[in-house]
Design a protein around this ligand. Structure first.
Ligand code: UD1
Length: 435
């Protein structure tokens, strides 16, 4: 393993120790978006020149993605301090992705589309990531097949060949983020025009499209459900700044609100958080929007209903954090999860802290306010880990969050940033705690 990947791998046994009661106060400046940066890195496979990325978040998934790309022949240099990544393919990329790194993150699947677009073939293990649902890749493969690719399934691996990748009209069954991205990147180098109907519209996909255009690509309909991509012969190098992380911003906004705090969040696009901000206001939170900042002031929290949907719907990646907020609200709230079937596994953890939550299928009813008490939270995914930490900030006593390597995958400097806002939270090795 490369040095920078090894150096940045978090110790999986570390714990967060959270002592609740402190309202968050102050200013926090956030990172570039995880779900954009990883795809922008993958897009370097398409480039016949150097790709320089800025605002690359200091999260654990970035060096893992770098490892995947190095295995494919990309020369990757990361500078976590400067938040930059430089990526350059020497000649043609290799087509067989290394299984070890691929299986550790979901975003590794984003190499499939650019590899097909650039080399006409790819073989890779099924990707890893959070265990929050089935997370199939059938929509990715259906789209590539419509563009002339053939797919061979191996145990735990998929192999795709496309000698003459051509444009096609692809109508997705569901606006999948990953499938939309892969099809855009494959289509960027296909012969002719590809139209993706029922495309996902997430801001991170828009970021990817804009970078591809800066590389010489031709894409229309960015941010709409119909994206049209005209294939080009060559995509060149580019310098690009990753868009801000709206999920990270939403997490800090909810943490500020639930602790009764007053926090200014910088490096955020409030227009990309329209529905979460509507829901925070509905729940009694005072939200002041700047051009690239937000001020979140606590109010008396009221019940609110949220329904997760693809963008511009309420993001599934903010659902566990919103649920923590609603445990402190007066009345009964309802959360409906439409994107990932296993996302409610976090409810069990919240219930063990004293929350009153009832789940029926993809609905959860939260009766509040509940007095939460500290406990040990285990087996969480990236968003549930952040939400569990948030719950600890309002719980009585001490909350121990285990498996914090999940949180490291998506949140840069999570503990230091919370500490800078006055939270009583620390990160300790598991052994130090047992001693
Ligand atoms: C991305 C994000 C993740 C976010 C999600 C939805 C990354 C690395 N991850 O995940 O944080 O929660 O978007 O906003 O960017 N599906 C299929 N077949 C497919 C593809 C998807 O059935 O071929 C299903 C999935 O199982 C899931 C739903 O569609 O139930 C949404 O998945 P998708 O939008 O593709 O999410 P990801 O790209 O995996």
């Amino acid at each position: 393993m490369n040095d920078d990947a090894a150096a940045r791998l978090p110790d999986p046994s570390d714990l967060f120790i959270v002592r609740g009661g402190n309202p968050l106060r102050g200013t926090v400046r956030l990172s570039g978006a995880k779900n954009s940066a990883l795809k922008l890195m993958a897009a370097s496979l398409l480039s016949e020149g150097r790709v320089e990325l800025r605002a690359v978040p200091r999260i654990a998934d970035v060096p893992v993605m770098a490892e995947v790309l190095r295995g494919l022949g990309v020369n990757v240099q990361l500078d976590p301090e400067a938040e930059t990544a430089t990526l350059e393919v020497d000649g043609e990329p290799r087509w067989h992705a290394p299984a070890d790194a691929v299986t550790r993150i979901r975003a590794s699947i984003a190499c499939l589309g650019p590899l097909i677009g650039r080399t006409g073939r790819a073989r890779m293990a099924m990707p890893g990531g959070d265990r929050i649902g089935a997370r199939a890749i059938d929509l990715h493969l259906q789209g590539l097949t419509a563009m002339g690719a053939s797919v061979i399934q191996h145990p735990g691996e998929v192999e795709v060949h496309a000698k003459d990748l051509h444009g096609a009209i692809v109508t997705l069954d569901f606006p999948s983020v990953g499938a939309t991205e892969n099809l855009i990147m494959a289509a960027a180098r296909a012969d002719g025009t590809t139209v993706i109907e029922n495309a996902a519209r997430e801001p991170e996909i828009q970021d990817l499209c804009r970078m591809l255009i800066a590389m010489g690509g031709s894409i229309d309909g960015i941010g709409s459900p119909t994206i049209e991509i005209e294939g080009v012969d060559r995509l060149s190098g580019v310098t690009w700044e990753t868009c801000p992380d709206r999920i990270e911003a939403g997490t800090y906004a909810m943490a500020a609100a639930v602790t009764g705090g007053d926090v200014v969040i910088e490096r955020v696009r409030p227009t990309e958080l329209t529905l979460p901000l509507i829901k925070l206001r509905a729940a009694g939170v005072v939200v002041e929007e700047g051009a690239d900042s937000l001020r979140i002031k606590a109010g008396d929290l009221d019940a609110a209903d949220v329904v997760t949907l693809p963008y511009p719907g309420f993001p599934t990646d903010l659902q566990p954090q919103m649920m923590v907020l609603l445990t402190q609200a007066q009345g009964t709230s309802r959360c409906t999860e439409n994107v990932f079937e296993s996302r409610f596994s976090f409810v069990q953890e919240l219930a063990r802290m004293g929350a009153d939550v009832e789940v029926d299928g993809h609905h959860a009813w939260i009766r509040g306010p509940s007095a939460l008490h500290g406990t040990t939270l285990a087996g969480l995914d990236v968003r549930a880990g952040a939400a569990g930490t948030m719950a600890g900030l309002v719980a009585s006593g001490e909350t121990i969050v285990r498996d914090v390597h999940h949180v490291d995958r998506g949140y840069a400097e999570f503990v230091p940033r919370l500490q800078s806002l006055g939270a009583d939270v620390e990160r300790v090795p598991a052994g130090a705690r047992d001693a």
